[in-house]
Design a protein around this ligand. Structure first.
Ligand code: XIL
Length: 382
């Protein structure tokens, strides 16, 4: 059955097709916001009065998204930036109020923790872990094995495969060991799959050690902190596609081999054109391998200059992904990649784009924030 509805918070037309697909049509561009279960989509269609920020029923449940997430059995997180934490009381206040979990945006990357061989600098990672502890937040450690953010001494060091293997093991033992019991989740492996071709990415690690580097790294991390949840994290693997098929095969193999792996992270750096019709099916197939799944780096970048129409569509995308996560029982967390445009990575990484976060550069909540909040209040997880 085809039920035309209107997503009231955005004012955009929405259709539920066979109780399954919500489509937002905007300015000629089709944005497929999410694949929904029938039950969840009914709730979306019945959204009532708009809640203003921190008023209405949501206020009864606590001040921030984190409380609404908890009610729904979902950890709501954000990446955090050292600059924001150091220089802005407002940044710290929103970070503490709204988020249940914090991800080290850069603080735990190799080039930050060991810029000079053998000389570790834990300053900004300690600050993040300390902040989280003081505010009852869990920490996502990001990331141990990546092709990027390698210090120069490592990237250009001309090490033998044996030396690289030793360096990787020592790195994992040092970083995970330091934060044992204080970092709940590690993105042990980041972005292992190539963008095209359905293969593992060529990287320092892959080239020297072969595909076995993934299982080795997971085992070393598990040894260093047996209580931590260990993830593989990647981008453009949100829907069912060539890249997520490749990721799936890697993960299924690790499961078959009994390698300690507990979850898969889907970064979700989205644009308004991202097709998410198969997000639900994709998360479920990974979950069916006996793993947790998580949205780990959500943002929705908009072409500049921004329009209210685009912001409304952005709200639909943020909410659509949340809705799918809530519908998949093993989707345990929903993390945004920064919460304020003041410190977003987007304008630098994607010239011509911006406005990607839930709060603007002056910490004013946007439609996306309000709609997420409203959705969490009105659509409790089944
Ligand atoms: C980005 C940070 O946000 C930037 O500050 C930094 O300059 C580059 O890295 N996928 C990831 C993240 O896994 O580590 C990246 O973070 C964004 C893309």
């Amino acid at each position: 059955m085809r039920v035309p509805m209107r997503l009231r918070a955005t004012g955009l037309p929405v259709w539920v097709i066979s109780g399954a697909t919500v489509v937002v049509l905007i300015a000629g561009a089709t944005i497929v916001v999410a694949l929904l279960s029938g039950a969840a989509s009914t709730t979306l269609g019945s959204t009532g009065a708009t809640h203003s920020y921190l008023t209405g029923p949501a206020a009864d449940l606590g001040a921030g998204l984190r409380h609404l997430g908890r009610v729904n059995g979902l950890s709501i997180g954000t990446a955090a930036q050292p600059a924001g934490m150091a220089e802005s009381a407002e940044y710290r206040a929103v970070l503490a109020r709204e988020f249940d979990s914090v991800t080290a945006e850069n603080q735990l990357k190799w080039d930050i923790v060991e810029p000079v061989r053998g000389r570790y600098d834990w300053t900004s990672a300690d600050a993040l872990v300390g902040f989280a502890g003081a505010n009852g937040q869990s920490v996502r450690g990001h990331t141990l094995v990546w092709h990027d953010a390698l210090p120069g001494w490592l990237a250009t060091g001309r090490f033998s495969p044996e030396q690289l293997r030793d360096l990787l093991r020592e790195h994992i033992q040092a970083v995970v060991g330091r934060y044992k019991g204080r970092v709940a989740v590690w993105d042990v492996i980041n972005e292992p799959v190539a963008d095209t071709g359905g293969k593992l990415r060529r990287s320092l690690w892959m080239n020297a050690l072969g595909p076995g580097y993934i299982a080795d790294a997971l085992r070393w991390a598990h040894e260093a902190d047996p209580g931590a949840m260990l993830y593989i994290n990647d981008y453009w693997a949100e829907g069912v596609n060539e890249k997520s098929d490749a990721l799936y095969n890697v993960v299924a193999g690790l499961r078959r081999d009994g390698v300690p792996l507990h979850g898969v992270g889907f970064q979700s750096h989205l644009t308004l054109d991202t097709d998410l019709t198969t997000l639900d099916a994709n998360l479920r197939r990974f979950a069916d391998l006996g793993l947790d799944v998580a949205i780990t780096e959500m943002d929705v970048r908009l072409p500049l200059p921004v329009t209210t129409t685009h912001q409304a569509a952005q709200a639909g995308a943020y909410t659509g992904v949340l809705q799918v996560c809530l519908a998949v029982p093993r989707c345990v967390s929903y993390t945004v990649w920064g919460f304020t445009d003041r410190y977003s990575w987007v304008p630098q990484a994607w010239p011509g784009y911006g406005d990607a976060c839930l709060f603007d550069a002056d910490y004013r909540p946007k439609a996306a924030y309000r709609q997420l909040r409203q959705f969490l209040v009105e659509s409790p997880r089944r």
